[in-house]
Design a protein around this ligand. Structure first.
Ligand code: HSE
Length: 442
């Protein structure tokens, strides 16, 4: 480091589990970071809502402030970890407009206001890095932005929510039902007090929008991500899946595909799915995350690790900080990893090709199977497997139909028609089957 190099002033906004860890590691490893960056790094302050709130790790009181604006205006790099959308958006825009570079781990902010923030960064030549926004400690943003920039990403299958993976894993390993598995996740600290955003798939949808945008160089609005959560996954479905060689996972699926009229486009969706136990993602247990990327030249890649946790996520934030600070020292305009360039249309979820496993409760009478098979065929859907249980005392049997790949719209219309058939007592459940082969997309 050249003697006299001016220090880089870092402001950390938020001292929750990630923010406090980032600040503490900056204080503890400042010399090491300085030698990697080529300039001293100074933690200018940490913005908090409550100066007296207990926090782990503890931070020196004199670094804490409730005055975000003043802290931001005196910083070269702003690390936004306050969460939420509006306050974070204001702070990030203020930082960019004042000439600071920004590191954020805020997926909700990027999924809802990404284009505005990327444009602001581009306009002022600032950097906006967000490795921690998707899958915690796992490096996936920079691999998509940089390492795969010379390739053609075809598809991403991601387990990007640890809470739901923990819950589904409990259901698979212990036979728990959804409520029991969620209660265990809460008791062990894997689920938040209000787990709605996780179990509904909303958290994974934000991450899917970010991943799809980067992978396909296209803005994918959050509203365009089709989302289903895991609340209706039953212990019976998980058990039946297990018996058939599948595991149920909540997947974020981003695909490049061709619509029926030949339009090239992209799609992003989040839903529980049956995945063959031989698939690499099936081995992702507990609260871990993994992102499986299929690309034209590189082939299949998998990124695996901790998707949450203060210390683990701080690693991704600090990696961004070192990278941003290094460029700050070297000079030159910022490199904003923004989802732009190709601007492919986001196609209607109905054109996505997938497979369904449909579980029906049916009257066990002559001709039922043939009539139901006829309904499936009328929708242009081909049956791959059929399994029927013995009828119970009330004369109903359980029929599990596995389909070949077909457009989502045809499959959902098939389920609706089956549900309306006189022979069907109820549609007990529907799960998509994913990961059987490359090229499920049209
Ligand atoms: N709540 C998320 C999860 C972590 O359970 O994976 C932060 O996105």
């Amino acid at each position: 480091m050249t003697p006299g190099t001016p220090p880089i002033r870092v402001a950390v906004l938020g001292a929750g589990t990630v923010g406090a860890e980032v600040a503490a590691r900056l204080l503890e490893h400042g010399d090491e970071f300085a030698s990697r960056i080529g300039a001293p790094v100074v933690l200018a302050g940490v913005a908090v809502r409550d100066l007296d709130a207990p926090r782990t790790p503890a931070l020196p009181r004199e670094l804490l402030t409730t005055d975000i604006e003043n802290l931001v205006l005196g910083a070269n790099i702003v690390v936004e970890l306050i969460g939420g959308v509006e306050d974070a958006r204001r702070a990030v825009l203020l930082a960019l407009e004042s000439g600071a570079d920004v590191v954020t781990g805020n997926k909700a902010l990027l999924a809802t206001h990404g284009p505005e923030l990327f444009a602001a960064a581009e306009r002022v030549g600032a950097q906006l890095n967000y490795e921690a926004a998707v899958a915690g400690a796992i490096p996936i943003i920079r691999p998509l932005r940089d390492s795969l920039a010379g390739d053609h990403v075809l598809r991403i299958l991601g387990i990007v929510n640890g809470t739901t993976n923990f819950v589904l894993d409990r259901m698979d390993e212990h036979g728990d039902d959804f409520a029991g598995a969620l209660a265990t996740a809460t008791r062990l600290g894997y689920a938040e007090a209000d787990p709605t955003g996780d179990v509904s798939g909303a958290d994974a949808a934000q991450k899917a929008a970010i991943l799809a945008g980067l992978a396909f160089h296209t803005t994918v609005p959050l509203e365009a991500v089709a989302v289903e959560g895991i609340e209706r996954v039953t212990a019976d479905q998980v058990r039946a899946g297990r018996a058939a060689g599948y595991v149920v996972k909540l997947l974020a699926i981003c695909e490049r595909l061709t619509g029926p009229d030949g339009t090239e486009g992209v799609s992003a969706r989040v839903h529980p799915a049956l995945l063959p136990r031989s698939h690499p993602l099936a081995a992702v247990r507990g609260a871990n995350n993994a992102v499986f990327v299929q690309s034209e030249a590189a082939g299949d890649l998998m990124f695996y690790g901790a998707g949450a946790g203060g210390r683990q996520t701080a690693s991704a934030v600090l990696g961004d900080l070192v990278s941003v600070a290094r460029r700050h020292v070297v000079g030159g305009p910022g490199l904003v990893p923004q989802p732009a360039g190709a601007d492919l249309p986001v196609l209607d979820p109905g054109v996505v090709r997938t497979r369904y496993q449909i579980t029906l409760s049916v009257r066990d009478e002559p001709g039922v199977l043939a009539r139901l098979a006829g309904i499936v065929a009328e929708h242009g859907v081909s049956i791959e497997t059929v399994e029927q249980s013995r009828a119970s005392d009330d004369g109903t049997a359980s029929l599990i139909i596995g389909t070949h790949a077909a457009p989502e719209a045809a499959l959902s219309a098939t389920v609706e028609a089956l549900g309306a058939a006189a022979e069907v007592e109820s549609v007990a459940g529907v799960l998509r089957i994913e990961g059987l082969e490359r090229g499920d997309a049209a």
